[in-house]
Design a protein around this ligand. Structure first.
Ligand code: ADP
Length: 351
């Protein structure tokens, strides 16, 4: 528990220096994460996607370019994509993105049966954390995620999201909060099959009042940032599983959420593509995005910085991950061709 006042607005960086150019600024690269198509479908060797403008783990991205990419991402996605600031910048310890106090959820099935899915859960998550919610089936993970995602209301207890008490809001108010403050990534991608990547990503901005051109400009920008600049007009059926999940991640980011909620985001992906997607999430988290991920898979939870274990509707474990798995390193190992014995690499120009 913190002594912080959860009503304090979350600290957002200033948007004053945000780029206004619709195209990515010169030198801007997508996230330094495994690139879609990089061996995922056997479509390419190495770390970059054919025809794509982005740098993968294996491209010649210099430190300088990576720094530019980080800066660009922080300027674009994480400052709410040119939307107005909600809250002042405050000095000192940041207030929690999530502050949950004694949350309970009881499902009533008829008059006699009730299921206590959550039995008093308290948790705080701070900006920049990457938390994995774990636990066996029936332990309350989905119920908890539904509450965090403002898809349902608790039976009792408080839920503060980025300083707003959301646990007692009306359905309409919750829908607005979901749209403005939360990004969702699901196991099944949940993309519109007949819409292009750009249109899928632009969808959450439909209620923003922005003209369609502007919505699509922003969508393209975020697609570039997740490394899908070369697949803007592709429909889901024309993309690999990893690429579809990247579109879903871009859609989750496009309104500049305070929190990304990921429910088994690699559940439909093979192990290689899972590394790719965890690389994207880790890169986003490195830029400061707060992520809460639900998984039953300890291998996936090992990429997070903190693990929270549920059992019978209660938190039974809450500990930092001292050495999280690095998707970037794993991707490099997966895509680096083995050195051929007996050959030496010389930097000198051969005669
Ligand atoms: P998990 O995601 O960890 O598998 P859930 O949150 O889905 O766990 O479920 C926690 C408990 O709540 C389980 O006993 C489950 O049967 C029950 N439950 C979940 N959703 C409902 C519902 N809509 N109606 C009744 N019981 C539910």
């Amino acid at each position: 528990m913190t002594t912080n006042d959860p009503k304090q607005p979350t600290n957002w960086p200033s948007s004053a220096d945000e780029p206004t150019d619709p195209a990515l600024p010169a030198g801007e690269k997508p996230l330094s994460a495994p690139q879609p198509g990089a061996g995922v479908n056997g479509s390419s060797a190495g770390g970059s996607m054919p025809g794509q403008d982005g740098a993968g783990f294996h491209d010649q991205t210099t430190e300088e370019q990576a720094a530019l990419a980080r800066k660009a991402l922080a300027k674009t996605v994480l400052v709410k994509l040119e939307d107005e600031q909600e809250g002042a910048i405050l000095p000192g310890k940041p207030s929690p993105v999530i502050a949950v106090r004694d949350l309970t959820k009881t499902y009533f099935l008829g008059r006699k049966t009730r299921v206590q899915a959550l039995r008093g859960v308290s948790l705080e998550v701070y900006p920049g954390e990457f938390v994995a919610i774990m636990g066996p089936s029936g332990s309350g993970k989905s119920t908890f995620m539904n509450l965090l995602g403002c898809l349902d209301r608790p039976t009792s207890g408080e839920y503060w999201l980025a300083g707003k008490l959301v646990s007692s809001l009306s359905n309409d108010q919750l829908a607005r909060i979901r749209n403005q403050m939360l990004g969702f990534v699901f196991q099944g991608f949940n993309l519109l099959g007949r819409a292009t990547a750009v249109k899928n990503v632009a969808l959450p901005m439909v209620y923003s009042g922005l003209p369609r051109r502007e919505r699509e400009r922003r969508a393209r920008k975020v697609l570039h940032l997740v490394g899908l600049g070369g697949r803007l007009d592709h429909k889901p059926s024309e993309l690999s599983g990893g690429q579809q999940q990247r579109v879903a991640i871009a859609r989750a980011l496009v309104n500049g959420p305070s929190l990304l909620l990921a429910d088994e985001p690699t559940g439909n992906l093979d192990s290689r593509t899972s590394v790719e997607i965890m690389g994207v999430l880790q890169a986003l988290n490195e830029q400061g995005l707060t992520i809460v991920l639900v998984t039953h898979d300890a291998n996936v939870a090992a990429y997070a910085k903190r693990q929270v274990g549920f059992l019978d509707g209660r938190i039974v474990r809450d500990e930092p991950v001292l050495t999280p798995r690095s998707a970037q390193e794993e991707w490099e190992a997966l895509t680096t061709p083995p050195a051929v014995e007996g050959t030496t690499v010389s930097e000198e120009t051969p005669e």
